[in-house]
Design a protein around this ligand. Structure first.
Ligand code: 5AD
Ligand code: SF4
Length: 462
């Protein structure tokens, strides 16, 4: 595919609709970056858009079905009156694009372009070909031909940046489709990551989140050994105000990384550490390579290294063959750890994964009841975690206005807890949003804190 002609994109509007994980969100920023670089203009809704790009997720069936419904129903949305096109261009990318490829052109007659996770950079060329009169195209690649480092990016927020350090996954947890649609793990060269972090710092970015399906194994493919602790220190040394990373597989979390939480000021005291389950029998069937005992040891080391660290996790309820006794192990683990946030999922069968072949006849209602029981302990844990913050003054990096109240600004504490604070009279929102300011916490609820913005120096660190 040749280079798309810039002039053809001038005057066109586009909208990117994203589902799923942070990696997909970051890919969407790259899609937006490429289309803007060609002269197209981003708009907030499908109604206003000449080009619509769906960045899809197939980790669970519900998202899959919802997405197909959404793509199907949009054929009824008329093209804007001023559009230079006679028909809206619809593209599907991300994990469903990768998995289903050409099949999507058959299933969805109004879709023009299908692309995958490994050929993001081809999208402008594919759209260009459709604009050129080529009918409809599906293009996916089995493996990415490298790291998509030099694509332009339009970041959602100017003060926060996602920085991918690995793509793909080698773990093949038995329930998970990701390794099949994102391919084998590939690490990005060390120096490139540090250089990108330095550029972000120089341009005023306040928070970097290192991204990868399993950041802890960073470097294994390039250097023969994991070098995550080293890259973490090197990025912290750029002087970025806040450094986070996701996601961590417990089997690869090393002592060096745990220690860094206690010794490096700008590594924020929050870690997402997916446990998935509390029963060793199920963890084995999931192919997670750790026991609940090992997981709890990690938690205790983390709390020793960094008292007050916020731990969050992912839990799957209803893995095939899960008994009440297995579920109790999950319940107890969640209760014991006291997470600040738990993402709970009902097991969703994904064709092509090993777990899809395991017979299961646990009734749906039983799984739902376990799920509901787990939610109560999750909420109690989050509530208890937040109570510890009440009365403290914490540095909050402000992101924008509260969705519910235009006079309230919202940001996150070092522990990644949402904090709302009324904008004091006479303060300009411009000076607050994108800045880190001290907030005295007056009220701690289950999912957020509310407090008072204090005048004074920008607070930083933890
Ligand atoms: N069913 C339910 N949850 C799943 N996840 C991944 N695959 C499945 C599945 N088949 C969850 C895991 C993972 C998170 C991103 O999604 O908990 O950590
Ligand atoms: Fe899926 Fe496991 Fe890889 Fe995470 S580590 S993406 S759950 S296979």
């Amino acid at each position: 595919m040749g280079n798309p002609s810039t002039s053809r994109f001038w005057g066109l509007t586009f909208h990117v609709q994203t589902f799923g994980c942070q990696m997909n969100k970051h890919d969407s920023e790259r899609v937006a970056g490429m289309l803007e670089a060609l002269g197209a203009q981003s708009v907030a809704t499908i109604e206003e858009a000449d080009i619509v790009v769906f960045m899809t997720c197939c980790v669970r069936e519900a998202a899959d079905v919802r997405l197909m419904g959404q793509v199907a129903s949009m054929k009824n949305i008329p093209l804007r009156g001023e559009s230079p096109l006679s028909k809206r261009i619809v593209a599907i990318g991300g994990c469903i694009g990768q998995r289903d490829g050409e099949k999507l052109l058959v299933q969805l007659p109004h879709v023009d372009v299908v692309f995958g996770t490994n050929n993001l950079a081809s999208l402008p060329g594919l759209i260009d070909a459709v604009l050129d009169g080529k009918e409809r195209i599906a293009e996916t690649l089995e493996e990415s031909d490298g790291f998509p480092t030099d694509l332009p990016t339009v970041r959602e927020q100017s003060w926060a940046a996602w920085l991918p350090i690995t793509i793909g996954c080698n773990n093949f947890c038995t329930y998970c489709i990701v390794p099949y649609v994102r391919g084998r793990e590939k690490s990005r060269p060390f120096d490139e990551i540090v250089a990108e972090a330095q550029r972000y710092v120089a341009s005023g970015v306040k928070e970097i989140t290192l991204l990868g399906q399993n950041v802890n194994s960073y470097g294994r493919d390039l250097y023969g050994e994991p070098r995550f602790a080293e890259i973490l220190h090197a990025v912290a040394d750029t002087g970025i105000e806040r450094l986070r990373f996701a996601t961590s597989h417990p089997k690869d979390l090393t002592d060096a990384v745990i220690e860094a939480f206690g010794t490096v000021d700008n590594i924020m005291p929050a870690l997402h550490l997916p446990a998935q389950h509390g029963s060793d029998r199920i963890l084995k069937a999931m192919h997670r390579s750790y026991t609940s005992k090992h997981y709890l040891e990690l938690v205790s080391k983390l709390r020793d290294a960094c008292p007050g660290i916020a731990l969050s996790t992912d839990i799957i309820v209803g893995f095939p063959g899960e008994t009440e006794e297995d579920f109790q192990c999950t319940y107890n683990l969640v209760k014991e750890v006291g997470y600040s946030q738990v993402f709970t999922f009902i097991y969703s069968k994904r064709e092509g994964t090993p777990a899809a072949k395991i017979e299961d006849n646990t009734p749906r209602e039983v799984i739902q009841e376990r799920f509901d029981r787990l939610r109560t302990v999750v909420e109690q844990g989050a509530y208890d975690f937040n109570q510890v913050q009440a009365g403290k003054t914490v540095p909050v990096l402000f992101e924008g206005f509260s969705k519910k109240d235009g006079n309230v600004v919202t940001g996150r504490s070092p522990e990644n807890i949402t904090v709302h604070a009324p904008l004091p009279g006479g303060w300009s929102a411009d000076g607050v949003i994108g800045s880190t300011l001290p907030v005295k916490i007056d009220e701690a609820r289950t999912w957020y804190l509310r407090g008072t913005l204090m005048a004074g120096e920008s607070a930083r660190g933890n």
